[in-house]
Write a protein that binds this ligand. Structure first.
Ligand code: ATP
Ligand code: MG
Length: 399
């Protein structure tokens, strides 16, 4: 027997007035997108301060729950059985049969919690709960009532129909995508940047990806791997764009015209300037990277300070204080790890000097850039000739 609906629980604290509507509308929108890839007509509805998914007659329960578990902003998903409202006697029968169906050998402690959305209902919530408790005890003699710490919370909502539920499946938490701005994620093929995408999307940020490719030093397979990662992330980020920057020329120019030991930081500054040019075209308000303090030579405090000064969009670094083991654990949880560890080259690891300077000063970096008068034009051309790949939820991530 399939459940008829899901009641969606979200964190309401701090959600008042206009914010609450914006939050709910964004949530409904993201749920509709997530459910659209599943067979059957699901209806997502806001009703009296609650969000419900009404299910079709036939659907795949596990797929539906999985899709909802990927939507940020949801803290709990309650499978609901719906019964016709035909008076209290029928209600009591339905609730007992619900218990027999969903908790057949129940012998623990429970509490009935009644909510009357239909205020014309002739019996008070307290009375309904007490009476239903009695009927359940009759049917399950081993069970007992505990109103403080019950093992089973049985909720009964009296609306136009009767909604009964007793289970809460955990949701992804966070905020619905699109409620907190729009930003561009620098996506490499590594482990870190997909995790950074997940962390920021979870806070409600809508994001697109930008990837730097340097053919022939980096291969088509490397680019397809990045597209696969973007597709895997689409379950969390929703539909978005993957921008692929042809980065060979600026990168060769830096290699040929700047001191070896500064190469990495100069390249990272150049990448961020290009990312900003592309981000500006779509009114994105920040850049995101998967950097983590001291992980590699380009992620020391001094190198980060130099990278920050390259352009004026804020740079969000959600992994800055995380250990690699923590990042890997999230990567496994969100399902990008296996793709991330496929061995393909990244433009960040070509031309890297054997001994990069770990404490560059901004003055020496700017002096090196003054010696590269042709770089800005190459960056402009790279940003202009960017390739745009649409990423759609449900696309096959195989590459
Ligand atoms: P990752 O595991 O994400 O590749 P990393 O630890 O290897 O990160 P770096 O190679 O120094 O670190 O890159 C730091 C960040 O710079 C990445 O997390 C990513 O945001 C960005 N980045 C690196 N290479 C690219 C690329 N080819 N295209 C876009 N962004 C990149
Ligand atoms: Mg990398």
């Amino acid at each position: 027997m399939l459940v008829h609906a899901f009641l969606i629980k979200y964190a309401e604290i701090a959600l008042k007035g206009k914010n609450r509507y914006r939050f709910e509308d964004a949530l409904v929108h993201q749920m509709e997108i997530a459910l659209s890839k599943i067979e059957g007509d699901f209806e997502v509805k806001k009703e009296q301060g609650r969000v419900y998914v009404f299910c079709p007659e036939n659907y795949d329960y596990d797929e539906a729950v999985d899709a909802l578990q990927h939507v940020f902003g949801i803290v709990g998903i309650c499978p609901v059985m719906i019964y016709e409202e035909q008076g209290f006697e029928k209600l009591a029968e339905d609730v007992v049969s619900y218990m027999k169906q969903w908790h057949p050998d129940f012998n623990g402690t429970f509490k009935v919690w009644t909510r009357r959305a239909k205020k014309s209902y002739p019996i008070s919530s307290m009375e309904v709960s007490a009476e239903l408790g009695g009927r359940i005890l009759d049917a399950f003699p081993e069970a007992s009532v505990d109103v403080h710490h019950p093992e089973l919370d049985l909720s009964v909502e009296i609306r136009d129909k009767i909604y009964v539920y007793s289970q809460t499946i955990p949701g992804a938490g966070g905020m619905p995508i699109g409620t907190n701005g729009k930003a561009m994620l620098l996506l490499s093929g590594g482990i870190d940047s997909p995790v950074a995408a997940y962390c920021m999307a979870r806070r409600g940020l809508a994001l697109h990806h930008i990837h730097f490719a340097s053919p022939p030093y980096t291969s088509l397979r490397a680019k397809l791997k990045v597209r696969a990662l973007a597709r895997e992330l689409a379950e969390y980020t929703g539909n978005c764009q993957l921008f692929v920057v042809p980065y060979t020329k600026p990168q060769e120019y830096i290699r040929d015209n700047a001191p070896d030991v500064l190469f990495t930081v100069l390249m990272r500054r150049s990448m961020l300037r290009i990312a900003k040019l592309v981000a500006d075209q779509s009114e994105m308000e920040a850049l995101i990277t998967g950097e983590s303090l001291a992980q590699v030579a380009s992620q020391t405090m001094q190198a980060i300070a130099c990278t920050d000064a390259a352009q004026n969009l804020p740079i969000l670094r959600p992994l800055i204080g995380m250990d690699k083991t923590e990042i890997i654990a999230i990567s496994r949880k969100i399902g990008t790890f296996d793709t991330s560890i496929e061995p393909y080259e990244d433009c960040c690891t070509i031309f890297t000097p054997p001994h990069p300077k770990t404490k560059p000063s901004l003055a020496e970096i700017e002096a090196a850039e003054a010696g590269m008068p042709g770089l800005a034009e190459l960056e402009r051309i790279a940003a202009e000739t960017v390739e745009k790949i649409p990423i759609r939820i449900g696309d096959d991530p195989e590459f």
